[in-house]
Design a binder for this molecule. Structure first.
Ligand code: FHN
Length: 476
């Protein structure tokens, strides 16, 4: 993450850059750029009216409160769905172009088959909302380079290359606005399709020993104009969630410059640490303060004790793939997912849970079932997740704890056989306790000892997965 002083410089840079960008865009200086057969001239609308300048905490506030979001990996890879020329391809679904060694011209043909007539933006947003999620992060462009929006700088997008010809991001933006969900974009820096990026590295597009001498041209003439489109034409975007930053040609100074560029277009936007080199493997975060980005991104794991002192978000799949793979049946249970959400929140993080829609535009039934299970639990217990902070006393043996003002939400995974729930006092005095599932908030007997508070529980747990006891503290 970036030190405050360093961020100040980035903010100053962002203002300067915004002026330059406005001039750059207004001058239509991309109009001459054609960077490959599929690319078109760029004419990008000018940026949004100046946004209110927010402090760091104000900017992060909605995201910290949200705690739970939906990740959507969707693109052409949903068409082969893990199988190429009759053979199952190893690895995660959205990597099929690389893992199946599919040449660019062959892979492009999937666009002609991408016609998701079942796609209903309102329905997807409703699914996220009903699950208790507050934001959606969708792949505007994954590593394969295909664009889910109407981009003026390429024909390799939903409008020009597919029979569908509906701007998916535009429809989602409208649905999110209507339903009060923040829309965010995942965007890959690595691009296996672009001739100035990784396309020439075929058959290993992900060859990190290789350098493309034209990479900077890709950044200036393609990546940045596309980001300008995404940030100016789709309303207020909550997060730009970068990925694919590990390519040899991408450096931390470029990451910092891109961070400043993005903030110059949308001053209040959040940007993850993968904009630069701020990620350490899948652990999520390089500890040094010198990296760009607003939050760390542990992938497929929850840090044992959180990432103290920084904002972070665990992203995770429900099965083993991000992009749809028809035969991946290795699903986590709703119980595991609910407890993971609680575990993450109890350590002060966000949980970004993935769905990989099918090529018809529908979300797999197994994902719907899990979203429903989580939504049912959140409908009763959402207050113990949204707007909460980390446990003040780590991980108790019976479950987890989240906190908000004078409330401690005690997430009981193991209902005590003797009916006594022991909570470390952590310097607090108890006022009362009740079950979150109990609308009448009937008081549970509480006794406060020297080091612990003991709550007497009813015989039966209201929820076999996680019953939440609310402990209200005095004097706070
Ligand atoms: O390579 C990608 C992968 O396909 C997926 O998008 C995940 C999500 O965090 N990120 C990358 C690997 O770190």
């Amino acid at each position: 993450m970036v030190k405050t002083g360093c961020k100040r410089w980035i903010a100053v840079g962002a203002v300067v850059l915004s002026l330059l960008t406005a001039l750059y865009i207004a001058a239509g200086c991309n109009e001459e750029t054609k960077t490959g057969s599929a690319e078109k001239a760029a004419t990008v609308k000018t940026g949004p009216a100046t946004e209110k300048v927010l402090t760091e905490d104000e900017r992060m506030a909605w995201w910290r409160d949200a705690r739970f979001g939906m990740f959507i990996h969707w693109g052409l890879y949903a068409v082969p769905a893990g199988t190429y020329r009759g053979e199952r391809v190893n690895g995660i679904g959205e990597w099929i172009m690389n893992n199946g060694k599919i040449p660019v011209a062959e892979y492009e043909k999937f666009a002609g088959q991408f016609n998701p007539l079942g796609f209903n933006a309102d329905e997807w947003v409703r699914l996220a909302k009903n699950a208790g999620m507050k934001y959606i992060v969708i792949t505007s462009k994954h590593h394969d380079g295909f664009c889910l929006w109407d981009s003026k700088v390429t024909n390799y997008d939903i409008m020009d290359a597919t029979p569908f010809q509906r701007d998916i991001l535009k429809e989602l933006a409208a649905a999110c606005k209507k339903q009060g969900i923040k829309l965010c974009f995942y965007h890959s820096i690595m691009d296996w399709h672009h001739p100035d990026a990784q396309a020439p590295f075929y058959p290993n597009y992900n060859d990190t020993s290789k350098s493309n001498p034209n990479f900077n041209r890709y950044v200036e003439n393609y990546l940045k104009p596309q980001l300008a489109e995404l940030l100016t034409n789709y309303g207020p975007i909550g997060v730009l969630w970068f990925d694919g930053e590990w390519v040899k040609d991408w450096t931390e100074p470029q990451g910092k410059a891109l961070y400043a560029y993005v903030r110059s277009l949308r001053p209040t936007i959040l940007v993850n640490n993968r904009v630069g080199k701020g990620r350490k493997g899948m652990e999520g975060l390089n500890k040094s303060d010198e990296y760009a980005g607003d939050f760390g991104t542990p992938e497929q794991q929850v840090p044992a004790t959180g990432l103290p002192g920084v904002d972070w978000e665990t992203c995770m799949t429900m099965n083993d793939t991000w992009g749809y793979k028809s035969y991946d049946d290795h699903w986590k249970s709703a119980e595991e997912l609910i407890r993971t959400l609680v575990d993450v929140a109890s350590k002060g993080g966000n949980f970004l849970l993935n769905v990989g829609p099918m090529p018809e535009g529908l979300i797999p039934q197994a994902s719907l079932d899990r979203l429903k299970g989580m939504g049912d639990w959140m409908a009763v217990n959402g207050a113990s997740i949204h707007g909460t902070t980390a446990s003040p006393f780590g991980r108790p043996k019976w479950g987890r704890c989240t906190a908000q003002a004078n409330k401690r939400y005690l997430h009981v995974f193991q209902w005590p056989a003797d009916g006594k729930l022991e909570v470390p006092r952590a310097g607090a005095n108890a006022d009362k306790a009740y079950l979150l599932a109990d609308k009448k908030q009937a008081k549970l007997p509480v006794t406060a000892g020297e080091d612990k508070i003991t709550i007497s529980l009813p015989d039966k747990a209201p929820d076999a997965i996680d019953s939440v006891v609310v402990l209200v503290l005095k004097n706070k």
